[in-house]
Each structure stands twice: as structure tokens, then as C-alpha cells.
Design a protein around this ligand. Structure first.
Ligand SMILES: [Mg+2]
Length: 111
């Protein structure tokens, strides 16, 4: 399934539930909340937080948290009228010109 199809499915999902009534600001805050839950996974993974040592542990799997982030990100794109596949393709082309792989390989080899 390509990105346009995924975005169309998410749009229908939103419309079927009349979630368009929620303003983009609330969707944005929800997106940040879910990103925070991904951050929590990283803190446990790096053992900065340890379950049973004053921390409750992770709520959902990291796969699920990332999927929730992606859903909310798509929802924000839909609200803002952004075709993510088109926008991503244009940004990818810009980045290919902007970040010369030779320069970055040399920098990595120096460090
Ligand atoms: Mg979550």
C-alpha cells in the first residue's frame, strides 16, 4: 500500500467518525503526547528509566506508539490539506541535493 492510499484510508476513518470537528491544535497536542510515549520507550531502552525501580513501565508496545504517532501525523496533514506523498517526494529530492553523501561519509570517517 502506498502513502496516498494510507492517507486516503485515514481520511475516510476520520470522516466516518466526524473527527474533523477536532481542531488541528488538539490533534497537534495529541501527536506530541504520543511522541512523548515513544520517548518513554527510549528512556526504558537506554535504562534511564527502569520498571519496578520507581517507574511503572511502558504502556503500549513501541510499534503501537509509533503507529499512533503516524495516524495523528496523517490526521494533521489531512486537516492542513497536505498530500504527504507529494510533499515527501519533493523534500526527498531537495535533500538529495542538499546533503552530499560524499561529504557526510567523509565526516563519518573522520570521527
Ligand atoms: Mg500511545
Amino acid at each position: 500500500m502506498d502513502l496516498s492510499n494510507i492517507q486516503s484510508l485515514q481520511k475516510k476513518f476520520i470522516e466516518d467518525r466526524k473527527w474533523e470537528r477536532f481542531p488541528p491544535t488538539q490533534v497537534f497536542v495529541h501527536l506530541i503526547e504520543e511522541l512523548g510515549e515513544v520517548g518513554s520507550h527510549l528512556l526504558y531502552e537506554s535504562q534511564y528509566k527502569v520498571k519496578g525501580a520507581g517507574h511503572a513501565g511502558e504502556k503500549d508496545s513501541v510499534d503501537r506508539e509509533l503507529a499512533q504517532v503516524f495516524n495523528l501525523f496523517l490526521q494533521l496533514c489531512i486537516y492542513l490539506g497536505v498530500d504527504l506523498e507529494t510533499a515527501w517526494s519533493a523534500e526527498y529530492k531537495r535533500n538529495l541535493e542538499r546533503f552530499d553523501p560524499k561529504v557526510w561519509q567523509d565526516l563519518a570517517d573522520e570521527s
